[in-house]
Structures are given as structure tokens and as C-alpha cells.
Design a protein around this ligand. Structure first.
Ligand code: PMP
Ligand code: GLU
Length: 385
């Protein structure tokens, strides 16, 4: 039996693997602090669950159009118009089975043989693996620590070649938590304009931005709408990771083509989850309350780790992740995370999975009490080294 070498070359998702392992340890009754979680610890709000139950009772249980239920597409287009300043309508939108699938079909549809996709590094774990499943080739842009791991116009410009077709741009960033000001984004957009490449803008953490900053969508910038494929979703913003709903917004010609991929692969996203997502868009109270809770958690974690020897945290501007430099411990990120889990029952993600050695990702998607406990345990661990 021979398996497609591209599939053989895939690595398992480290984030999903470690999160599953942490849940398993917890189930065994062990008091593990989950700093690995890539999902909100809050339950999906009741008003969303109710909408899903009603959808079942009303028989909304059949295929929807491949690109998604029309009412939901309209609501997403309206949200993008009102909240994000992107002028579009429902024909610009495809609802997908999670934002992950939106990213994958965006790349699949754009990348032809040997086309280059630029991936700023540290990157989210799935981008390089998705690129492997297309005909394109990943090229990494090393982001400088001195510049808080931000993409700059110079770095971008120096990375673009004749073969470059796409930039994957993710902000607020998983794993570093950095985000960009309007001025920084405009400067990057000028490079994009001249280079004539597409931007797959992964804005799934758009609602989790702190310090009274606001999120600016890349497609809302001058001349960027036609060049940008905006990816968003419900997993992080409404604690709906298991429901699997995301979306892609792009120009209408692209959307028409990409919808064909959906029609032949997933058919459409789950109808019941789409009804739930529609209800979610009717509310913004829940989100702002949750945003404040995450900000308080970030502050506690940052303060605690700033006083921890040999660990240097980067203050996240968004997401629920904090990137930490652990090079002073002399351990690799994998050794650090394995030993921390074994010896102190704290799970984190080694940044080697994000293309960066010597760093770890700590998720603050857990209670203040757990965060305090986790900081104490990390301090114990460091003392013993
Ligand atoms: N993009 C980033 C940066 C992520 O961290 C994730 C993880 N959930 C996704 C996309 C995919 O989200 P979804 O669960 O909606 O597929
Ligand atoms: N995106 C989350 C994370 O980075 C969830 C797991 C995954 O989809 O990778 O941890």
C-alpha cells in the first residue's frame, strides 16, 4: 500500500494533541492546570444553544446551499459591513465547517504548481501543513523578537518573489498575541498593492483585543478588499469550537469558484450549527463581558510570569495566548513542556510547533484561580531546575 507522500509528510496538530492529552489527564482525576487550551473555557451561551434546539425541532436538519444558509450569509455580510468596515454582500461570503476549513479552501483555490505562500513565523501550527496539501510551497518569514514578532513592510518586501501568490496574515496572532495598529497595517498594505499578491487574513481572534485597542480588518484598508480573503469564525468569539462554523469573505468570482470545492467535499456546514451561528450574531453583550474577563486573566498571568525567574513573557495585545521566552532555563521548548506536565501537572504548548525554539505558548483560557495555581507551579518547577 502506498500513501500520498504529501499526506505522509504531515505532522499531527500539536495543539490538538496536547489539548486532548490534558483533557484525558483531567478525566483521570488529576489536578492538571490547562495552559494548553486553544478554546474558550466558557460554555456556549444559552441563547445560542436554544436557537440550535429550535432549529432541530423546526426540521432545519437538511442540506443548506454549499456556501451556507442565505440568512446566515446575509448576517455575516452585515456584521462585516457594520463592525469591520468591509463593504460586501452575501454573494461575497461562504460559511464553512470551522475557520480551519475556510483557510484550507482559500489556499487550495489560490495556489497552483510551485506558487509561493508566505507564512510569517512564529506561525499557527496548521498553516504549513495546509500548504503541504496544496500545489504551492510555503516560504517562511522570520519575525524578529526585537520587533515583538511583528511583520514589517521591509520584511514582507524582501520575501516577495515572482512566484509569491499569497501571504497568510494572522492577527491578533496565535501564538504571539500581537496585533497591529492602523498605521502598521496601511504600511503593509502598500507592499501588497505593489506586489499584486493575495492576503489570506485570518482574523479569528478579532473580538479578543485588549487595552481599549480595536481590531482593524485588512480588507477594510484602501484597495485591499479585492486582494483579501477574510477568514473569521464563531469558535473563539462565541465559545463554539465544537459546533464547527467559520466563514470566508472574498471577491465574488473567487467565492463562486471556492464554493465548488465545498460542494464536492463537505457539501455544506452543519445546518443546526448555522442556525446557532445566526443567533450568535444577534448579540454583542456576551462577547464584551467575556473580553473583559480575558483581559483580567492576561494581566494576572503577565504580572505573575514577569516575577518568575528565567521566564520572560510577552504581553499579549489580543487572543488568549501569551508567548514566553524560556531560553534561560537551558531546556528545549519540548523538554520544558514535557517536564512541566510530568513534574508539576501544568500543560503548555512548545513553540517548536510554531516554528520557534526556546519559547512556549501559555493559554490564559482558564480561571483566575487556575492561573494563580499555574504560576506557583511554574515557579516551583524553575526552582528545581
Ligand atoms: N486560525 C487560528 C489562528 C486558530 O488558532 C484556529 C484554532 N481554532 C483556527 C484558525 C481555526 O478555528 P476553527 O475552530 O473555527 O476551525
Ligand atoms: N487553534 C487552537 C490552538 O491553536 C485550537 C487547536 C487547533 O485547532 O489547532 O490551540
Amino acid at each position: 500500500m502506498s500513501i500520498n507522500p504529501q499526506v505522509l509528510s504531515l505532522t499531527k496538530s500539536a495543539t490538538l494533541k496536547i489539548t486532548a492529552l490534558t483533557k484525558q489527564i483531567k478525566k483521570q482525576g488529576k489536578d492538571v492546570v490547562n495552559f494548553a487550551a486553544g478554546e474558550p473555557d466558557f460554555d456556549t451561551p444559552d441563547f445560542i444553544k436554544t436557537a440550535a434546539k429550535e432549529a432541530i425541532d423546526q426540521g432545519f436538519t437538511k442540506y443548506t446551499p454549499s456556501s451556507g444558509d442565505n440568512r446566515l450569509k446575509e448576517a455575516i455580510a452585515n456584521k462585516l459591513k457594520v463592525n469591520n468596515g468591509i463593504c460586501l454582500d452575501k454573494e461575497n461570503v461562504i460559511v464553512t465547517s470551522g475557520a480551519k476549513y475556510a483557510l484550507f479552501i482559500a489556499l487550495l483555490s489560490l495556489l497552483s504548481v510551485d506558487d509561493q505562500v508566505l507564512i510569517p513565523s512564529p506561525y499557527w501550527v496548521s498553516y504549513p501543513e495546509m500548504a503541504k496539501l496544496t500545489l504551492g510551497k510555503a516560504k517562511f518569514i522570520d519575525l524578529a523578537e526585537e520587533n515583538n514578532f511583528k511583520l514589517t513592510p521591509e520584511l514582507l518586501n524582501n520575501s516577495i518573489t515572482k512566484k509569491t501568490k499569497v501571504l497568510i496574515f494572522n492577527y491578533p496572532s496565535n501564538p504571539t498575541g500581537v496585533t497591529y495598529s492602523k498605521k502598521e497595517l496601511i504600511d503593509i498594505s502598500k507592499v501588497i498593492k505593489d506586489a499584486n499578491i493575495y492576503v489570506v487574513s485570518d482574523e479569528i481572534y478579532e473580538t479578543l483585543v485588549y487595552d481599549k485597542k480595536s481590531h482593524i480588518s485588512f480588507a477594510s484598508l484602501d484597495s485591499m478588499q479585492d486582494k483579501t480573503l477574510t477568514v473569521g469564525g464563531f469558535s473563539k468569539s462565541f465559545a463554539m469550537t465544537g459546533w464547527r462554523v467559520g466563514y470566508l469573505a472574498a471577491n465574488k468570482d473567487l467565492v463562486k469558484e471556492i464554493s465548488k470545492i465545498v460542494g464536492h467535499t463537505t457539501s455544506c456546514p452543519c445546518s443546526i450549527s448555522q442556525a446557532a451561528a445566526l443567533a450568535a450574531l444577534g448579540d454583542n453583550k456576551w462577547q464584551s463581558q467575556v473580553g473583559l474577563k480575558f483581559e483580567a486573566r492576561r494581566d494576572l498571568l503577565y504580572q505573575g510570569l514577569s516575577n518568575t525567574p528565567k521566564v520572560k513573557p510577552f504581553k499579549s495585545e489580543g487572543t488568549f495566548y501569551m508567548f514566553c521566552d524560556i531560553r534561560e532555563t537551558g531546556l528545549s521548548s519540548f523538554e520544558f513542556c514535557s517536564r512541566l506536565l510530568e513534574e508539576e501537572l501544568v500543560s503548555c504548548i512548545p513553540a517548536s510547533s510554531f516554528g520557534k525554539e526556546g519559547f512556549i505558548r501559555i493559554s490564559f483560557s482558564t480561571s483566575l484561580k487556575q492561573i494563580k495555581k499555574g504560576i506557583d507551579r511554574i515557579n516551583n518547577f524553575i526552582k528545581k531546575l
